[in-house]
Design a protein around this ligand. Structure first.
Ligand code: HEM
Length: 124
């Protein structure tokens, strides 16, 4: 199944709109990862939060992957962004999707797709 199928099956933009607030609430209540967001535009801009979440949903193309490396580069180099933070993000995503009653089968496909961004986000 390709990324567009996953994104549509999960409910597309409608689902993004529904879960964007609960998802960011989880992130901003997690002391391990909240500090990364406190100085970022993601702290306040709803549209940017939705883009972020859409990407996590698997709504990215292969050509976006190198850009992800750029976006997170200084966080890795200066602020120590690592697997611990990435794993925490995956758990928040999974729990948000479970709470939204997305089917377990689709959730595991989303998780697999998001896992595919790890080496880019962590600049390996
Ligand atoms: C799990 C996989 C991840 C994906 C797919 C991802 C994807 C993205 C994308 C697409 C953006 C840009 C949003 C826009 O278009 O404006 C972004 C920005 C950002 N990401 Fe990630 N990200 C991931 C993990 C993380 C983690 C683990 C952290 C920190 C704990 C993080 C912190 C941030 C921050 C702070 C920004 C905003 C950067 C700025 O202010 O310039 N991301 N991410």
């Amino acid at each position: 199944m390709d990324n567009e199928d996953i994104f549509e099956k999960i409910g597309g933009k409608l689902t993004v709109n529904i879960i964007v607030d609960p998802f960011f609430e989880r992130i901003l209540n997690d002391d391990k990862i909240a500090p990364f967001f406190s100085d970022s535009y993601l702290d306040s801009q709803l549209a940017a939060r939705k883009r972020f979440l859409t990407t996590l949903f698997g709504g990215y193309n292969d050509s976006d992957l190198e850009r992800m490396r750029e976006i997170h580069k200084s966080m890795v180099e200066k602020d120590g962004l690592n697997d611990k933070h990435f794993n925490a993000m995956l758990i928040h995503l999974k729990n948000t999707l479970l709470e939204a009653e997305i089917s377990p089968e689709l959730i595991s496909q989303v998780m697999e797709r998001t896992e595919g961004t790890r080496k880019y986000v962590l600049c390996r």
